[in-house]
Design a protein around this ligand. Sequence first.
Ligand code: ZN
Length: 71
Amino acid sequence: MNTAVATPLSAADRCDRCGAQAYIRVSLPTGGELLFCAHHGREHESKLREVAIEIQDETDRLGRIKAAEDN
Ligand SMILES: [Zn+2]
């Protein structure tokens, strides 16, 4: 049994759909994982919730960055 320690997503993690920086990591029962940007994570969220064993959502981090940029 491996201890699942959530590794924070980094700038090197890219959305599987568009290549933007990933803020959502979806763990699959097969042991694989999918990475999505905030946009595509939201777009596929309902489907992902059906298949994922875990969804790591760091889009709040994106919100904080955006808020800082808006200032
Ligand atoms: Zn994307």
